[in-house]
Design a protein around this ligand. Sequence first.
Ligand SMILES: [Zn+2]
Length: 354
Amino acid sequence: MALPHTAAANPDPVMGSRAERARLPVARQVVEAVAVKYGVCVHPIPVRRVDPETGTSDIVDVPCGATVTSKCPACAERARLLRITQCRQGWHLEAEPILEPDDPSDDQQELATLRADLEAVRTRAVIEGKDTVVVQAAIERVDDAMTAAGVRGNFLPSHARRRVRSTRRRQDAPDLPPTRVSPTTIGRTFAGKAGKVFRPSVFVTLTCRSYGRVDEHGVPRDMNRYDYVAAARDAIHFPKAVDRIWQNLRRVAGYEVQYFAVLEPQRRLAPHLHAALRGTISRVDLRLVAAATYHQVWWPSTDTVVYHGPVLPVWDELRGYVDPATGEPLATWDEAMDCLDADANAQPSHVVRF
Ligand SMILES: [Zn+2]
C-alpha cells in the first residue's frame, strides 16, 4: 500500500512571515555562539581604566572568570582544565615543588634598566609640570615587553594605603594546641609490602550551623523563627571562615596541608564544602579544628536601613556616592572602618562558625 504524500513536519515558513522571523537567531545568540566556539569569554566585564596623571580613560574588557558552564562556557572550561592539571600534577607529588624563580635574563635586566630611566624622565617631567604623554606611552610599551619577556608582578611599589588594623580587631586566637608548621606539603607516608609506599588522603565535609528546621525541600518550617540574617551572613563570609579552617588545620597537623575542594549549596541554600586533603589527619583533630575555628567579621553595622525604595544614594563622578537630599558625600568604607576602630566597645558584626 502506498503512503499518501504528506507535507514535511516543519515546512519552510513563508518568506517574511512572523514564523520565519522567529526562526532567525538573535544577534546576541550568534555572538555568544561564536565566542563559545573560539573559547572566548561570553560575558567580558568592561572596566574603565583612568590614568590619574593625564585624566584620560578607556574601557578594557576582562574575562568574567566564571567557573560555572551555564554562566560562561569558555571561562568555566579554562578554570576546569587548570584545576585538572593542578590536581594531576600536584596530588601525587613525592617531593616539594620548586618555587624559586629563575635568575633574571640579560634581556629582562636591560628592559628593567630602560624602565628605570624612563621612570626618572617621567618624574622629572611631573616635577617640572611638563607633558608626560609620550614618556608614559614608552613606559607602557616597556612594561608590555617585560611581561612578554616573562617578568611577573608590578614594577612599582603599590602606593595604595594599606589598612592598619587595630590590635583590638585582630581575630582572637582559637583554642588550639600551638604547633610549629613545618614547610612541607607532603603528609605522612606508610610503608607497605614489597617496598610500596602509601600516601593516604582524607575526605572532609564542612557545613554551617542550623538556622532552624527545614522541610524536605529545604524550606524553613517556621518562617518567623528561622534565622535568615545569620544564614545570609554565614553565606557571605563562608570563604573567610574556610581560610581560617586551613590555617588552623595546618597548625594542628604541623605541615602545610594541601587540598582540593568544591563549594556546594545545600538544599537549604547554606554553603558547604567538600574537600580532599593530602595526608592523614585524625578525625579527632579534624573535629577539634572545626569546633575551635571561627571568623569574626569586623564590618560597620548593617542593621539599620538608611536608603530604600526610591530614595537611593546618587553616584557623583568626582565625590562618589552622595545623599540624594543633601548632596553630602556618604562615608567611605575606610571612614566607616575608622569609626569602628575609634569605638572601644565595638563588637564583631557577625561570627561564622562550623
Ligand atoms: Zn567568561
